[in-house]
Design a protein around this ligand. Structure first.
Ligand SMILES: Cc1cc2nc3c(=O)[nH]c(=O)nc-3n(C[C@H](O)[C@H](O)[C@H](O)COP(=O)(O)O)c2cc1C
Length: 150
């Protein structure tokens, strides 16, 4: 049985809200998922999980949310062979570099052997307006996890 974790980095709480919404959908679909704020994660812990569901917002000029940036630096020295991942986050198109942090994470994980489960969920602005999209994305992730754990 694979183990899955949601790890989120969120400065103003927007991606955190998204993370807990996704958690609820995954649990409703009977997926056993742990959730952690990235500030409570030590890099070595990532090896305990088969599926990494990572949430990160994007800040100035497309940079990664500060707390997540710390984990990311360690990730560059790790191998993710055999692991699978899905990414989500909040951004604003108006700032440019829309949700670029997710693209940065995607490249890093792919280059280090991990396989992407689903295209990244990029939410522009208020998550409440994207309820349907968030539910659909979560259910697709849940299906992919169920498939792997069969
Ligand atoms: C100063 C500033 C710079 C930002 N830069 C970007 C950016 O380059 N790209 C983007 O997609 N969103 C950008 N945003 C939007 C944030 O990602 C958005 O406010 C998001 O909801 C923050 O999520 P969090 O509360 O989970 O950290 C920026 C916001 C601020 C206030």
């Amino acid at each position: 049985m694979g183990k899955s974790i949601i790890i989120y980095g969120s400065t103003a709480g927007n991606t955190e809200f998204l993370a807990y919404t996704i958690l609820q959908h995954l649990r409703n679909a009977n997926r056993d998922v742990v959730i952690k704020n990235v500030i409570d994660v030590v890099p070595g812990e990532l090896h305990q999980y088969d599926e990494l569901i990572l949430g990160c917002s994007t800040w100035e000029n497309g940079s990664m949310q500060t707390d997540f940036g710390r984990l990311y630096k360690s990730m560059l020295f790790m191998s993710f062979d055999g692991k699978r991942f899905a990414l989500f986050g909040r951004g604003r198109r108006a700032y440019g570099h829309f949700c670029q942090a997710l693209d940065t994470l995607e490249n890093a994980l792919s280059e280090r052997g991990a396989q992407e489960i689903m295209p990244s969920l990029k939410i522009d602005g208020d998550a409440a307006q994207f309820e349907h999209e968030i539910r659909e994305w979560s259910h697709s992730v849940a299906d992919a996890l169920a498939e792997a754990h069969r």
